[in-house]
Write a protein that binds this ligand. Structure first.
Ligand code: UDP
Length: 358
């Protein structure tokens, strides 16, 4: 299959601004290449793919980023800036797609989904978030009536945000296992990984660390400076150890030293890449039972699930984390979330998308 991928219109690949989509795209490219497919990627200027993905052709586009939907009102209208990066990537993608079998859009935005109604080229949409915008959800509903197979989701609970889709295609996610090394660090520190923004609930993880009189290692892009400094000021100095945004290779080395990862979503987390990355390093995860984490973590086996926003229960689970066998964490990723497993699911979905145009 010849597949053209359209990246996120928020930040270049490797910047961290695109969140989990950046890693998902790279994992997907790895998996598709290993299955023998031909892949081209349209992405913002300065984007980088994994070295092992050099067989995929990368096309750069320059332009203004979109504003992330999770930081707008649910009923906000669509806004497209002058010199739009998204529009530029779509133009480029459409041009290349003339010689391809399918376009795979990875941006959560209105324009590429709307285009579906007016295109003869098969276009598939991997939806990376729960319902964060009424205008996008209504459009998905409209496109769905014409092309019922054109959408895929990472988790069942994410797809529940789109109740009009009767049998949603759920594809999970994939991780390049040799990028993550197992570490048996049962006495390590507490870790938290993610974009530092309100929907990620960092404050609850800091609460747990403070109760334990420990520090919390925090990795990720600080997307919302005000939010970050408010949390910092609410706790004794040094409770948060800001570790910065690291490459996957560096992140996994440091993350693997943790005894537990805390994951505290305040929104319907579509999947939660960082959970699987931690598990791949052997790090159990204590998370809120909200969104993707509740489908990934096996309670009592690879970590623990606390009721949403229940910090006290989260704390009690951290206190018994040594009961989790770290090898079982890695095993779950090997059996359920490798790049090959992921790419196979994507390919069978793309075949259904293409068949709609025959
Ligand atoms: N990440 C990273 N380096 C860091 C911190 C985070 O590469 O120092 C990446 C991480 O690998 C993951 C992404 O940031 O792929 C966060 O994705 P997730 O699905 O957890 O949440 P999202 O940002 O998409 O809401």
């Amino acid at each position: 299959m010849r597949i053209v991928l359209i990246s996120t219109p928020i930040g270049f690949l490797g910047s961290g601004k695109g969140g989990g989509v950046e890693l998902t795209l790279n994992s997907l490219v790895s998996g598709l290449l290993s299955l023998g497919h031909s892949v081209e990627v349209v992405a913002p200027k300065n984007s980088k793919l994994y070295k092992s993905n050099e067989k995929a052709k990368l096309h750069f586009v320059e332009g203004e980023d979109q504003v992330s939907w999770q930081h707008q009102n649910y009923n906000s209208p669509v806004s497209i800036p002058d010199n739009s990066l998204l529009a530029g990537m779509l133009e480029k993608g459409l041009d290349i797609a003339k010689k391809a079998d399918v376009l795979l859009n990875m941006s959560y935005d209105w324009l590429p989904i709307w285009m579906t109604l007016n295109l003869d080229i098969p276009i598939a949409h991997l939806i990376s978030m729960g319902s964060e915008s009424s205008v996008i959800s209504n459009l998905i509903s409209k496109v769905y009536t014409k092309y019922p197979y054109s959408f895929a989701f990472h988790s069942k609970i994410q797809a529940n945000d789109y109740p009009f889709i009767r049998k949603p295609t759920i594809i999970g996610n994939g991780f390049k296992l040799d990028n993550y090394i197992f570490q048996d660090s049962i006495k390590g520190p507490l870790g938290w990984v993610g974009r530092v923004a309100p929907e990620k609930g960092l404050e609850d993880a800091v609460y747990v660390a403070n109760e334990l009189e420990e520090k919390l290692n925090v990795w990720g892009v600080i997307e919302d400076e005000n939010y970050a400094s408010k949390i910092e000021q609410s706790y004794p100095r040094g409770t948060i150890d800001w570790m910065g945004f690291l490459s996957t290779n560096e992140l996994q080395k440091q993350l693997g030293k943790c005894r537990v990862l805390l994951n505290t979503p305040k929104w319907n987390e579509a999947y939660g890449n960082v959970i699987v990355e931690a598990l791949a390093c052997g790090v159990p995860v204590v998370a809120y039972k909200r969104g993707g984490p509740s489908e990934i973590i096996q309670h009592g086996k690879t970590g623990y699930l606390a009721d949403p926003d229940d910090k006290e229960t989260m704390l009690s689970y951290v206190e018994i984390i040594e009961k989790i066998n770290r090898k079982k964490c890695r095993e779950w990723v090997e059996k359920n979330a490798s790049t090959e497993i992921f790419a196979n699911k994507v390919v069978s979905w793309l075949n259904k998308v293409i068949n709609q145009y025959k």
